[in-house]
Design a protein. Structure first.
Length: 207
C-alpha cells in the first residue's frame, strides 16, 4: 500500500468515524451514564466490532452476505432488535444524578460486549466496508498486511472520535443534577437508538 493510497484511506476513516451513527450514540450515552473512564470499555468494544467487520470482508464473507438475502436479513434484524432494546433501556433509565465514583450499574465486561454488538450486528457497516476497503487494497501485493494497516487506521481514528464523544457527554453528566434534565437526556438517547434501529431496518442490499 503506497503512502498516497494510505492517506486517501485515512481521510475516508475520519469521514466514517465522524458521521453520526449508532457507535457515536452509544459512546455519548455511556459517557453520560458512567463517565469517561468506564466509557473506555465501550470504545474498546466498538473497536473489536471494527476488527470483526474488517475480518469478515477480508475473509470474503462480506461478499456472501451481500448476495445472500437470508444471511443479510438475519444479521440486519438482529441489529435492529438490539438497537431498539438499547433505546428502550435508555428511555427507562433512572432519572437521577449519577455519581461516577460509586456507580457500578454496568460492568466493564457488559460495556465491552455492548460496544462490540453495536458494530458487529450492523450489516450496513459490513456492506459499506465491502464497498470501500477493496478500493484501497492492491491485489498484486500481499493482502493481509494491507488489511492490518486499514484496520489499524480505522481503529486509531475511531478511538479518537469516540473518545471525544464520550468525554463530552461525561462532562455534561457532571454538570447535571436536575432529574428532569437527566430524564430528558435519557429519553433523547433512547429515541436516537430506536431511530437508528428503524433506519437500519429500512436498509437494503445494494443501497
Amino acid at each position: 500500500m503506497s503512502l498516497q493510497t494510505w492517506l486517501a484511506f485515512l481521510v475516508a476513516c475520519w469521514l466514517i468515524s465522524l458521521s453520526p451513527g449508532a457507535g457515536a450514540i452509544k459512546s455519548m450515552s455511556t459517557g453520560m451514564r458512567y463517565g469517561y473512564r468506564k466509557g473506555l470499555f465501550n470504545i474498546l468494544g466498538l473497536q473489536l466490532g471494527v476488527v470483526f467487520l474488517v475480518a469478515i470482508v477480508a475473509a470474503g464473507l462480506g461478499a456472501l452476505m451481500a448476495t445472500s438475502a437470508m444471511a443479510f436479513n438475519l444479521i440486519k434484524w438482529f441489529g435492529v432488535a438490539y438497537l431498539v432494546w438499547l433505546g428502550i433501556a435508555q428511555w427507562r433509565a433512572e432519572a437521577t444524578a449519577v455519581r461516577m465514583e460509586t456507580d457500578h450499574g454496568a460492568s466493564p465486561r457488559r460495556l465491552l460486549l455492548e460496544g462490540f454488538l453495536v458494530n458487529a450486528s450492523n450489516p450496513k457497516g459490513i456492506i459499506f466496508m465491502l464497498a470501500v476497503l477493496p478500493q484501497f487494497i492492491d491485489p498484486t501485493a500481499p493482502q493481509a498486511p494491507q488489511y492490518v494497516i486499514c484496520a489499524a487506521s480505522l481503529i486509531v481514528t475511531d478511538i479518537i472520535v469516540m473518545s471525544l464523544y464520550t468525554l463530552l457527554a461525561a462532562r455534561v453528566l457532571r454538570a447535571l443534577r436536575d432529574p428532569g434534565h437527566i430524564r430528558w437526556l435519557n429519553r433523547s438517547f433512547g429515541g436516537l437508538f430506536i431511530g437508528a434501529g428503524v433506519l437500519l431496518g429500512t436498509f437494503r442490499r445494494g443501497t
